[in-house]
Design a protein around this ligand. Structure first.
Ligand SMILES: C[S@@+](CC[C@H](N)C(=O)[O-])C[C@H]1O[C@@H](n2cnc3c(N)ncnc32)[C@H](O)[C@@H]1O
Length: 291
């Protein structure tokens, strides 16, 4: 049986959130709504800089500009696979299932930290109103996307899983931004509900459920229409089946992407999103370039 669960507060998209500004500083902050929490710590920082001889603002800016240039240059570099120290680390990471121990705000987030940062960059740049995730797992990634969205906008996370393992969510404000659907990501009822909710909104999609080629291909077919032009369809775990992680099953997400792109020219692989070299999503950051 398939059933759909929506979290409290999640029915009305535009409902004003009841976020309160945390009172970090001795209860002096008035907080939301109406007034952001502003605490002037700059003068304290400047004093500390002077006292310890740390970088001046000018030095910091020069250093930052240089770092950005180096990072831009590196992201254009082509790395020879056999030179990749990262592949060895990648295989070690996977073999020891190190991702199992990663959490976001206390909730297991089965994601490579590199990829979390890249997704955060994409969310910040493209400002989606809906982030659709297939494969909720314990919900750490959904909570991560919700936390990022909460920082600057009114976006929602729509996440689907055959299991409901998110009951341990702490009572964080960001949780109210998550709509959780229980059932298969390919179930027509769920697909329709998610499609209806995201229609007309800036939408990105992240596929991270069952990693067989067949299932991912089906998801690509079902969810690709929902992605807004200029936004991303991210296929997780394309790194299995020798890319570079060994896998005992047959073809997986990488092969699904290859087949999908043969017949769908609305998307292109955005290699610049692999700038940190090690990623669980090689060839998996698909940018929608036309409708
Ligand atoms: C890799 S985990 C998801 C991890 C999660 N996205 C995260 O980053 O923490 C894969 C999840 O897909 C779910 N799953 C398997 N088959 C599915 C299907 N047909 N539809 C939706 N979810 C499915 C599993 O129950 C599992 O929780």
């Amino acid at each position: 049986m398939t059933w759909i669960m929506e979290r409290p507060n999640a029915n009305c998209w535009d409902e004003p959130s009841e976020e309160k500004c945390y009172d970090f500083y001795n209860g002096n902050c008035e907080g939301y709504p109406g007034k952001p929490c502003v605490v002037d710590i700059m003068s304290t920082l400047r004093e500390a800089e002077n006292a310890t001889g740390q970088m001046s603002k000018k030095e910091w800016n020069e250093w930052k500009d240089k770092a950005v240039k180096v990072s831009e240059r590196r992201s254009k570099n082509k790395f020879n696979r056999s030179d990749r120290v990262s592949d060895k680390y990648h295989i070690l990471f996977e073999k020891n299932r190190l991702w199992e121990g990663i959490t976001w705000l206390g909730v297991p987030m089965w994601k490579l930290p590199n990829d979390a940062i890249i997704v955060q960059e994409i969310i910040y740049e493209t400002k989606p109103e809906a982030v659709i995730e297939t494969g909720t797992g314990h919900g750490g990634s959904a909570l991560f996307y919700a936390s990022v969205l909460r920082s600057f906008g009114n976006g929602r996370v729509l996440t689907v899983d055959i299991k409901n393992e998110t009951s341990q969510y702490p009572n964080y404000n960001a949780v109210a931004r998550i709509m959780s659907f229980i059932g298969s990501s390919t179930n027509p009822l769920i697909v329709k509900k998610i499609k209806d909710l995201s229609a007309g909104r800036v939408t990105m999609v992240i596929l991270d459920s069952f990693h067989s080629k067949e299932h991912v291909l089906k998801e690509l077919e079902l969810y690709s229409d929902m992605v807004t032009v200029g936004n991303y369809l991210i296929v997780e775990d394309t790194h299995v089946n020798g890319n570079p992680v060994p896998w005992e099953y047959e073809e997986g997400p990488m092969e699904a992407v290859k087949e999908f792109l043969k017949k769908d020219d609305r998307f292109e692989i955005d290699k610049s999103r692999e700038k940190l070299v090690m990623t669980f999503c090689p060839n998996g950051f698909l940018k929608k370039i036309k409708g």
